[in-house]
Design a protein around this ligand. Structure first.
Ligand code: 1DX
Length: 188
C-alpha cells in the first residue's frame, strides 16, 4: 500500500503510546525504514506486519488496531492535505459512502499502483444503509467500522457500522455492513 497508510499507522501509534511505542513497533516488525514516503508504494506485507506489531506493543487486538486505524485515516488524510478530496464527496453519510469508488478513481489517476477497495450502498433509508465492502486484501474489514466512525466525526453526525455478512473468495473479500446514522432531515 502507499506509504501514506504506513505513515498514518506510525502517527496513530505515536498518538497512543508516544515515540517509544512507535520505536518498539518498528523493532517488533523488523522495520528498516525510519519513515515512509507517502506517494511510494510499499509491499502489503509491511502494513500487515505493522498492524500485528502495533497490536502487540499497544496491547490491542488486531480488530481494535484496524478500527482505530480506520478512524485515524480520515483525520490523518485530512491533516495531510487530502481533506478536500473527501469533502467534495458529499455532506451526508449516504452521499460520501456512495462516492468512495469515484473518489478512488480520481486518486488512481495519480497513483497507478493504488488497489482501492470498492464500496456499494444498497437499501438506503433516512437513517441506515447496507454497505458492501469488496477488497483485494484479506482481513481488513474491521477497519471499515473505524472508517465509518471517522467519516461520522468529519460530518459531525452520529453513526455506527456493524458487519452482518461476509463472503471470502480466493483473492478477495466482501463484507456487508449495516450502517446506521442520525436521520437525514428532508431538505426544504
Ligand atoms: F470509508 O484495501 C473513507 O495503496 C472510507 O481494503 C474509506 O492500494 C475514506 F499519498 C494520497 C495518497 C498518496 C491520498 F498520494 C492515498 F499516495 C486515498 C486519501 C483514499 C483518502 C486504499 C489507501 C488503497 C491505499 C484500504 C484502506 C483497505 C478508503 C485504506 C481507505 C479516502 C484508502 O479513503 C483495503 C493502496 C490517498 C487517499 C482516501 C487506500 C491504497 C476510504 C477512505 N483506504 C494515497
Amino acid at each position: 500500500m502507499y506509504g501514506l497508510v504506513n505513515a498514518a499507522i506510525a502517527d496513530l501509534a505515536r498518538e497512543i503510546g508516544g515515540d517509544a511505542a512507535w520505536q518498539a513497533i518498528r523493532e517488533e516488525a523488523g522495520l528498516v525504514e525510519s519513515s515512509f514516503v507517502g506517494m511510494t508504494a510499499y509491499p502489503d506485507e509491511l502494513t500487515y506486519d505493522l498492524v500485528a506489531a502495533a497490536g502487540k506493543v499497544l496491547q490491542m487486538s488486531q480488530d481494535e488496531v484496524l478500527r482505530a486505524f480506520g478512524r485515524h485515516w480520515v483525520r490523518y488524510t485530512g491533516r495531510k492535505g487530502w481533506g478536500p478530496l473527501l469533502e467534495a464527496a458529499g455532506t451526508t453519510m449516504p452521499e460520501v459512502l456512495g462516492q468512495l469508488d469515484a473518489l478512488h478513481c480520481r486518486v488512481r489517476l495519480m497513483l497507478p499502483e493504488l488497489r482501492p477497495p470498492s464500496f456499494r450502498c444498497t437499501d438506503v433509508t433516512a437513517s441506515s444503509l447496507r454497505l458492501r465492502y469488496y477488497s483485494h486484501r484479506a482481513g481488513l474489514a474491521p477497519m471499515v467500522v473505524g472508517l465509518v466512525e471517522g467519516l461520522a466525526e468529519l460530518l459531525d453526525v452520529e453513526a455506527s457500522a456493524e458487519a452482518v455478512d461476509r463472503v471470502v473468495d480466493a483473492d478477495a473479500e466482501c463484507v456487508e455492513f449495516l450502517v446506521c446514522y442520525a436521520p437525514l432531515r428532508a431538505r426544504v
